[in-house]
Design a protein around this ligand. Sequence first.
Ligand SMILES: [Fe+2]
Ligand SMILES: [Fe+2]
Length: 412
Amino acid sequence: MRNVIIQLAASLDDKITAEPVRRQLMNNGSNMPPAPSSPEAPTPSAADADQTRPKVKRILVVDDERVNLKVLSGFLQAFGHEVLAADSGFRALEMLDDSIDLILLDIMMPEMDGFTVAQAVRETPETAQTPIIMVTALSDRQDKLRAVQAGANDFISKPIDKTELKVRTESLLRMKASQDELKHYQQQLENMVKARTEALRRAMQNLAESQANILKAHIETILILSSAAEYKDNETAQHIKRMSWMASILAEELGMPQSEVELVHRASPMHDIGKIGVPDAILLKPGKLTPEEWVVMREHTTIGSRILENSTSDLLQAGSIIAMTHHEKWDGSGYPKGLAGEDIPLYGRISAVADVFDALTSKRPYKEAFSNEVALDIMAKGRGSHFDPAVYDAFLRRFEDFRSIQQQLADT
Ligand SMILES: [Fe+2]
Ligand SMILES: [Fe+2]
């Protein structure tokens, strides 16, 4: 494209007009440094690097009459602008790009007239806002209207008056500069929004990861503390893991919301945490407990509940309820309060079924593990007396899941 312009510029016999056009075209888009005689014409990279330096305006002049092209180019260069010259509408469209600040467009041209060129400029997204001045000998109102409809911003009459040309070009160039500034500002704003959105997304992701880590640490702490109490009672860490999975399956089967299923899962390991407050002489006594010792032993429920009850955490609150009520029985014969039926919190009724079933089927120092069949027989006898019938029935419906928990978390 540059060759076309250079050839065209070279063919203009007026050296004053042609030489600056060529020199500026050579400077534009090439790696050549600006000619010493035109220090004000920066290379694109220099212009990019220093946006505060006034930008040389690029003006596309389109006219099929070479003499007009020469006159217009001469004037515009004298104003300090860079000029691209096209001697037809087709050449103008070839040379068109978003670096052009203004188009001076002759209307009456063969093959493609100024109306058609103006319309094409408007229909090209990169140049839709580029100002157009129609250069015309026409004074007919209809023609002017047509030119405006095609996209002209202003008119200038032939023969060209230098002062009028200066006034009209400067006015539209200022408008174009404002548009460019606005576009630049919008782009900066979009980039800033994009960067902030990305930063926010990363911050949210980090927050979610931190929260997940805190929750994980929280859960591990509970498991470790709970297993400390269980170890003291010769139970195992595997017992509390199995029991808590079994409790969560019952919660799910009973239709509790997922958040509560999770709460039951995470809180039920704390059911016997109060055993850390029971003397070893009672807790580890090989023989039968005396009635007085049973009174102390039963206190593990209230001790556990008191340890946990002052926390503001939902998890520890649920743990407190489970610690207090996991030995209550449906018929009111349990402890510590002898609650019956639905007076026993559901967390406690669920934990009772999971805890007893896993205790029955686990080996302890004082007993062998019962088979699932024997354990099921014992559990069946507790339906409606020891256990809430609804929880017991849920246990039977999900028995296959209990069996798979036993397999996956077997004592080692
Ligand atoms: Fe217990
Ligand atoms: Fe237990």
